[in-house]
Design a protein. Structure first.
Length: 143
């Protein structure tokens, strides 16, 4: 169900806060917009990035920040849907970052589930993936 205008604006504000905090390297700012219970789940782009609960998720963001000197996230196509106190996002992100003196950029896909708790939207689940570009366009599977 497509989110109404006020819900979409509130959810996009959370996403904007996440991006701004992440780019600044502000782990506390990132963690502040996440749910605080054991049902918090983050799946990152690397094989070992399955984090469950606030402590593991914080550790992941601390790792990200410590391993990069700059980070820039550019939001592209975005879809926001909601039903009651639950909202979900699908989006394209372009990430530019510098690590070990080398700059790199790559496209990722983001899905996230947000929950409204006490009137405030918080991210409860997030998943980032890098699209496999080895398959020719129009093909569902790598050749």
């Amino acid at each position: 169900m497509q989110a109404d205008t006020s819900t979409e604006a509130a959810v996009r504000k959370v996403l904007d806060q996440f991006i701004a905090s992440y780019e600044r390297g502000d782990v506390d700012g990132v963690v502040d917009i996440l749910v605080t219970g054991p049902d918090l789940v983050l799946l990152g782009t690397e094989a070992d990035e399955r984090r469950v609960g606030p402590a593991e998720v914080r550790a992941q963001f601390e790792r990200d920040i410590s391993q990069s000197s700059t980070r820039s996230l550019h939001l592209g196509w975005t879809s926001v849907s909601a039903l009651g106190d639950v909202a979900w996002i699908a989006a394209d992100l372009a990430i530019e970052m510098t690590a070990d003196g080398r700059s790199t950029s790559f496209p990722v896909r983001l899905t996230a589930v947000l929950e409204r708790r006490d009137g405030t939207w918080k991210i409860a689940q997030g998943h980032l993936s890098v699209a496999d570009s080895s398959a020719p366009e129009g093909q569902s599977f790598p050749q």
